[in-house]
Structure formats: structure tokens, C-alpha cells
Design a binder for this molecule. Structure first.
Ligand SMILES: [Cu+2]
Length: 124
């Protein structure tokens, strides 16, 4: 009986660890959806990029840069987490001419985990 326990314990620990890790991964703040949508081509220049995350954000540690094809910043630098919805990030933009833009975000979720990502959209 003791032998069986010893043989099985590592497997049980491994299983428990896997469950914990997957739960922690789910708790990270990842991009859920955005406006303009990820990869979208839009006919009208947006006045802001809005990103919805899978978890609430720490407002003090949320940042986002929007750059044009030349790598120049086109956001106003006034990134805010929505006071009504802590999963929603607002990134106001300057007037965008037609072109391709890159949105690079970095956030810290309320569980203190840092995540980053980027996506593009195009203004026709
Ligand atoms: Cu997390």
C-alpha cells in the first residue's frame, strides 16, 4: 500500500500543478476583442482604439502605443482604463490619415500578472 502511494503521489502532484497553472493562465488579462477589430480595415479613421480584456486591469500599469507605418506615435498618450468597466482600455488617437497602424499594449491584471501584445488595423 505504501509502495502504491509513493508511486502515485508524483502523478497526483503533477496533475494538481497542471490544474493550478491553467487556472492562473486563465486569470491573466488577454485581449478579448478590440475596436477597430484586430486586423480590421476601416473606412473611417477611428478617434480612439478601445480594447476589452479578459480580466480587470490595474489602471496605473496599463499602457498602449499606436504607431504608423513609419513607427511614429499617433495616440495622444492619454490611455485610460474605463472607470465603469476595469476590463476596458481607451486609447485616444490623433487624426489618422489612411495607412496601416500597429497597436502595442501592455497591462497588469488585478492578479498582478503582466501581459503584452500587439495587433494591426488599416484605415482606408
Ligand atoms: Cu494572471
Amino acid at each position: 500500500m505504501a509502495m502504491t502511494m509513493t508511486r502515485h503521489t508524483p502523478a497526483i502532484i503533477a496533475f494538481a500543478t497542471a490544474v493550478l497553472v491553467s487556472t492562473a493562465a486563465l486569470a491573466h488579462a488577454f485581449l478579448d476583442h478590440a475596436l477597430p477589430a484586430v486586423g480590421a480595415t476601416v473606412a473611417q479613421a477611428p478617434t480612439e482604439v478601445t480594447i476589452w480584456f479578459t480580466q480587470a486591469l490595474e489602471p496605473a500599469f496599463a499602457g498602449c502605443a499606436v504607431t504608423n507605418a513609419a513607427g511614429q506615435r499617433v495616440d495622444t498618450g492619454q490611455v485610460t482604463v474605463d472607470p465603469q468597466n476595469p476590463q476596458e482600455l481607451h486609447v485616444p488617437l490623433t487624426a489618422l490619415p489612411p495607412g496601416e497602424y500597429k497597436v502595442s499594449w501592455h497591462v497588469v491584471s488585478v492578479d498582478t500578472h503582466r501581459t503584452t501584445g500587439d495587433f494591426n488595423f488599416t484605415v482606408q
